[in-house]
Ligand binder design. Structure first.
Ligand code: NDP
Length: 286
């Protein structure tokens, strides 16, 4: 059996088309969605992510405002910018790109972001709403993964889902989304014992670890849906996921490639959140 390849690039393009219609209708009401991105320092990967987010937003007709701050920016200066963006009515949503330089505490910055503009879905309020099953802004990567799972055609209710990784930005919100969709969810991490056995019980596997091809193909239950969030560069400079793709593709029912799977879905999900934020602004109050 060879798995169906879940093409994140094509799915993201289809979602962008849907979003374009929504942006057009917002603009017709006098509301141009606005996204701001704050980048502190010169981490090369972050610079690429931020540039891609800005470009994707502008292509969609969403205003993108990129704030590039030097690596020696103080926490107070970042907080002052966050405060300004919280109050700027042209900015529907904004994100502060992580990682931040060491003099800046990411939790303090995150807590300063208005939950109504937190299109990354990282603030305690938005995570709490997701935990309660009434999501507002959901972290972009897990949201994109859910669209890919839907694309596989699997009916999640009652299925075993295994999430490998428990970070606040991927693993934990992913587990909440799957729970809300009525899957039976197991979360694995660095202290999990018999990882292969746990993964082998999964109808749906989400790998979000950051270790090249650590999820072995032979662990995958035949027919399972495999979503690979990991982005790792090998010594030869090749990009690979957390899943041993060549072997897993022979057992899975559906699988995402790296690159071209989760990555494009993350960006489009951030834009979807920004459009939702703009729709909330456009909605007549009362
Ligand atoms: P983190 O480093 O924050 O979390 C990694 C998780 O993996 C932790 O929970 C850790 O466990 C767990 N882990 C580490 N080693 C093992 C192991 N041997 N067995 C089982 N679990 C283990 O990473 P992120 O969640 O931020 O990102 C994960 C990956 O996804 C990275 O490769 C990142 O680049 C990629 N990513 C891709 C995105 C995309 O758009 N495609 C977006 C975001 C991330 P513990 O908690 O015990 O330490």
């Amino acid at each position: 059996m060879t798995a169906k390849i879940l093409d994140g690039k094509a799915l993201a393009a289809a979602i962008r088309n849907e979003l374009a219609g929504e942006v057009e209708s917002l603009v017709g009401k006098g509301v141009t969605p606005g996204l701001a991105v704050v980048l502190v320092g010169d981490d090369p990967a972050s610079a690429i992510y931020v540039r891609n987010k800005g470009r994707a937003a502008e292509k969609l007709g969403v205003t993108a405002e990129i704030h590039r701050l030097p690596g020696d920016t103080t926490q107070s200066e970042v907080l002052a910018l966050v405060d300004r963006l919280n109050r700027d009515s042209a900015v529907d949503g904004f994100i502060v790109q992580v990682p931040l330089p060491e003099q800046i505490d990411p939790i303090v910055v995150q807590d300063a972001i208005s939950p109504a503009k937190d299109v990354d879905g990282f603030t305690p309020e938005n995570i709490g709403l997701l935990a309660q099953g009434r999501p507002r802004f959901v972290a972009a990567t897990p949201l994109g993964c859910m669209r890919l799972v839907a694309e596989s055609g699997v009916e999640l209710a009652g299925k075993n889902a295994v999430v490998v990784g428990r970070s606040n930005i991927v693993g934990k919100p992913m587990a909440m989304l799957l729970t809300n969709a009525h899957a039976t969810v197991t979360v694995c991490h660095s202290r999990t014992q018999n990882l292969g056995g746990v993964v082998g019980s999964a109808d749906v596997v989400i790998a979000a670890v950051g270790r090249a091809e650590m999820i072995r193909g032979e662990w995958i239950k035949p027919g399972a849906v495999v979503i690979d969030v990991g982005i790792n560069r090998t010594a030869e400079g090749k990009l690979v996921g957390d899943v041993e793709f060549a072997a897993a593709v022979e057992r899975a029912g559906a699988i995402t490639p790296v690159p071209g799977g989760v990555g494009p879905m993350t960006i489009v999900s951030l834009l979807a959140n920004t459009v939702v934020a703009a729709q909330l602004r456009a909605k007549p109050s009362g």
